[in-house]
Design a protein around this ligand. Structure first.
Ligand code: C5P
Length: 215
């Protein structure tokens, strides 16, 4: 298969020296890209800034902002058989990016933020993608319910959900404990190293893609 994987955080500039971002390390997305490549698939990894080594044998497209990730996905999704959205995309960005460093003046500073494009949410409708679509859901409450909502709204075949409030798993950790939310059923996987979980998740996605192809 040709597989697109998004990974890492995005970085939304505020002025020439500052940006808004989040705690995503990119580890889960990179582990997925690596596992797909090892299983013989052609991988395009669209990644925000991370400290990680690029997995061997994947095509790598670095981006910074949500807007840039949106443009990259829009451009390449038509060529893909499957897409896995593991990036932690900023939901808001500063409304204006100051040309000059913002100086400290008042005692408080109010930032206006505007919504960034919903990349996963654009894939089925706006981009007309008909391949296998997998989202991630990082939640701190109502894990299964929120994941199911995402699955339905965004037209995913699978949402991989994890509780980022649990110590030792999720953001920046080497370990994860995920719930696989499919349209008709749910499966909880035991906590494991992201590098062990990824090949398991790849096999699920291969199965979903085979099912889609036979329908
Ligand atoms: O941030 P949220 O939990 O809603 O993310 C759910 C899924 O949507 C993830 O797979 C994430 O990569 C994707 N997403 C996206 N574009 C956004 C926000 C989230 O593709 N602007």
């Amino acid at each position: 298969m040709r597989v697109l994987v998004t990974a890492g955080p995005t970085r939304e500039a505020l002025d020439p020296v500052r940006y808004l971002t989040n705690r995503s390390s990119g580890k889960m997305g990179y582990a997925m890209a690596d596992a797909f490549a090892r299983a013989g698939h052609a991988v395009l990894l669209v990644s925000g800034p991370t400290q990680l080594d690029i997995p061997e044998g994947v095509d790598f497209l670095p981006i910074e902002t949500a807007e840039e990730m949106f443009d990259a996905v829009k451009r390449y999704i038509g060529k893909m058989d499957a897409a896995v959205f593991a990036a932690a995309v900023a939901d808001y960005r500063p409304a204006v990016v100051s040309d000059q460093k913002i100086k400290k003046t008042g005692e408080t500073l109010t930032l206006e933020l505007v919504r960034t494009p919903d990349i996963l949410g654009s894939v089925r409708g706006d981009f007309g993608f008909t391949g296998t679509l997998v989202g991630f859901a990082a939640e701190t409450q109502n894990l299964q319910q929120n994941a199911r909502e995402k699955l339905r709204k965004k037209g995913c075949d699978l949402v991989i959900a994890n509780d980022v409030s649990k110590p030792g798993i999720g953001f920046d950790s080497d370990r994860n404990e995920v719930l696989l939310v499919f349209p008709e059923h749910v499966e909880a996987l035991p906590e494991d190293e992201k590098h062990h979980l990824a090949p398991r998740l790849v096999r699920e996605i291969e199965r979903l893609a085979a099912e889609r192809a036979s329908n």
